[in-house]
Design a protein around this ligand. Structure first.
Ligand SMILES: [Zn+2]
Length: 480
C-alpha cells in the first residue's frame, strides 16, 4: 500500500521555509501555498523543487486601488471577461524604469509564442505597473546578506534556497491592484541572477527580469501558478517516489497500462501527438522530483525543460483553467430576460480564439432549434405560434485540445436565457388566430386614423407609403 506521507525531503524543505529572509505575516488570514522554484541547472536541464510557504490569503477588493502608473500593453477587451496578467517590478528606481519596461516586454511576448497561449491570446490582457523602489536590485543578490530597500521586498535565498526568488505577496498584490481585473501577478526583480517562483494557490509568479532564461522560466512558472501543473523533472526529491497519487494533472503514480485500465489521469491522451505540443503522450517514468515511481505524460515538455512545448494533458489543464476566468460568451443582447414579439432578435458574442470559432446552438424550450447556430437569432425565422417560450443560447468551445467532457460542460460552455412572449402569429394584426384579409383592413383603418400602431417604418410620426410597405412585408413574410 502506498503511503500518503510526504517525501522526507519535501517535509524538510517545508520545515526550512520557516526561516524566511523576509518573513511574511503569519497567523489568521494566511494560507499554505505550494511554491515552485525552477531554473536551468549547470547542465541546462531544469532543476529546483517545491516548498510550502505561508502566504496571506487573498482578499479580493480589499486592497486599495490607485498608486503607481499603469500601462496596458496588451488590450483584448473588458477585464471582467479576460485573464489579466499584471506585471509589478521590484528594485527598479525611477531611472531604471526603461530597463523594467524592456524586461516586461521580452517576458510577455515570449508567452504568446507558445501553445496554448498562441491560440488563446485573445483571452488575455497584460498590464504593467511602474512600481518605483528606493534602491536598485533585490536582496541577497548576488550573495546572501546583501540588503536593499525595495518596494516589494523581493529576495533570493528565500527559505534558505538560493534560486527561490520570493516576494511580499501582499505588497505585490496591492501594487497590482492599480491595474484592472487582477488574475495573475508577475513580480519582476531587477536582477540578472537565475531565479523565480510559482505560487500555485496565490496566482503569482516571480522572475528575474534581466536573466536570459527569465521568459522561459516565467512561462514554466505560469504552468504552476495558472495551470496548477507539476514539475516533470527528476531532481530534488527521493530517487523513488512512494507517496500517494498526485493532484496535479500531469503527474501520476500510474503507468500507461494502469491509467487505461482505471480510466484515470491522461488515459484519453495516450498514443496521441498534436502539432505544437510535446508528444507522443504516454507515461514516462521520472516526474515530480523523482526518477522512479512517478510518471509524466511526455518525454520532454515545458514542465521538464525550458524552450519546450507543453504536452497535451498540461495544455488541456491550461485551457480549462482559462475558462475558469473567461466565459465563452463575451457579450449578449438584449440584456433583459423578457423579450416579446416575432420581430425579436437576440444575439450572443462568443469569445474568439485564434484559428477556430466557438459553437453556438439556440434552444427553444430545451429543444435545439434546427439550423440555429449563428450568433444572432431572428425569432421570426422560427415561425412560432402564439405562446411563451424559453429561448436559450449555448456557446461551447469544442476544441480537440480538451477531452475532459465534464470540465468542458462545467467551464467551457455558457448560456444566456430569455423568456419570449409571442402574442400573435406574424401578420395576425387583429389577433384572431388567422393571418388573413381582415388584418389588412385592420392595418388600413389604423393607418388612416394615424394610430401609432400603424407607424411601422421611420421616420416616426409620419404616416406614409413606407409604413404600408412594411406592413405588407410582415404580412407576406414574418421575416420580411
Ligand atoms: Zn517548476
Amino acid at each position: 500500500m502506498r503511503s500518503t506521507t510526504p517525501p522526507a525531503t519535501l517535509a524538510a524543505l517545508a520545515a526550512a521555509s520557516v526561516s524566511l529572509a523576509h518573513p511574511v505575516p503569519q497567523g489568521p488570514g494566511t494560507i499554505t501555498d505550494r511554491v515552485h522554484y525552477c531554473q536551468p541547472g549547470e547542465d541546462g536541464q531544469l532543476t529546483g523543487g517545491m516548498v510550502l510557504l505561508e502566504v496571506p490569503a487573498d482578499a479580493p477588493g480589499q486592497a486599495p486601488r490607485g498608486g503607481a502608473p499603469v500601462t496596458t500593453i496588451l488590450d483584448n477587451g473588458p477585464s471582467a471577461n479576460r485573464i489579466d496578467i499584471t506585471f509589478v517590478g521590484d528594485g527598479y528606481r525611477l531611472a531604471d524604469l526603461p530597463i523594467y519596461h524592456a524586461h516586461v516586454a521580452s517576458q510577455y511576448a515570449e508567452l504568446f509564442e507558445l501553445e496554448p497561449f498562441i491560440t488563446y491570446a485573445p483571452y488575455f490582457n497584460v498590464h504593467r505597473v511602474d512600481v518605483v523602489s528606493n534602491e536598485s536590485g533585490v536582496d541577497n543578490d548576488p550573495t546572501q546578506g546583501v540588503s536593499r530597500d525595495t518596494a516589494l521586498d523581493m529576495a533570493f535565498w528565500c527559505g534558505g534556497t538560493e534560486r527561490l526568488l520570493c516576494v511580499n505577496v501582499n505588497k505585490a498584490r496591492t501594487q497590482a491592484n492599480a491595474a484592472p481585473g487582477r488574475d495573475q501577478v508577475v513580480a519582476i526583480a531587477n536582477s540578472t541572477k537565475y531565479g523565480g517562483a510559482g505560487y500555485t494557490s496565490s496566482d503569482l509568479a516571480t522572475a528575474s527580469g534581466g536573466n536570459a532564461a527569465a521568459a522561459q522560466v516565467y512561462i514554466h512558472e505560469l504552468g504552476h501558478s495558472l495551470g496548477n501543473l507539476a514539475d516533470e523533472y527528476t531532481y530534488g526529491g527521493p530517487t523513488t517516489y512512494t507517496g500517494g497519487e498526485f493532484s496535479d494533472p500531469n503527474a501520476s503514480i500510474f503507468d500507461a497500462t494502469e491509467q487505461s485500465t482505471l480510466q484515470i489521469k491522461w488515459h484519453e491522451w495516450i498514443g496521441e501527438s498534436f502539432a505544437g505540443f510535446d508528444g507522443i503522450v504516454s507515461a514516462f517514468e521520472g516526474c515530480h522530483y523523482s526518477t522512479f515511481g512517478a510518471y509524466r505524460p511526455s518525454s520532454n515538455s515545458m514542465m521538464r525543460n525550458l524552450g519546450r512545448p507543453f504536452n497535451m494533458p498540461s495544455a488541456e489543464a491550461l485551457v480549462i483553467e482559462f475558462y475558469k476566468t473567461v466565459s465563452p460568451i463575451d457579450d449578449a443582447s438584449p440584456t433583459g430576460e423578457l423579450y416579446e414579439g416575432h420581430h425579436a432578435s437576440m444575439s450572443v458574442t462568443p469569445m474568439q480564439p485564434a484559428g477556430h470559432n466557438l459553437d453556438v446552438q439556440w434552444f427553444i424550450d430545451d429543444e435545439p432549434a434546427a439550423g440555429q447556430t449563428d450568433p444572432t437569432l431572428e425569432v421570426c425565422q422560427l415561425q412560432l405560434q402564439p405562446g411563451t417560450y424559453i429561448v436559450r443560447a449555448e456557446v461551447t468551445d469544442n476544441t480537440s485540445w480538451v477531452r475532459n467532457e465534464n470540465a468542458r460542460a462545467e467551464f467551457m460552455r455558457d448560456h444566456r436565457t430569455y423568456v419570449l412572449a409571442i402574442a400573435t402569429q406574424p401578420g395576425d394584426r387583429d389577433a384572431d388566430g388567422d393571418t388573413d384579409f381582415d388584418d389588412v383592413i385592420d392595418f388600413l383603418v389604423d393607418f388612416d386614423a394615424q394610430d401609432a400602431s400603424a407607424d411601422l417604418a421611420p421616420p416616426a410620426g409620419v404616416f406614409d407609403f413606407s409604413d404600408v410597405l412594411e406592413f405588407l412585408a410582415r404580412f407576406a413574410s414574418p421575416c420580411g
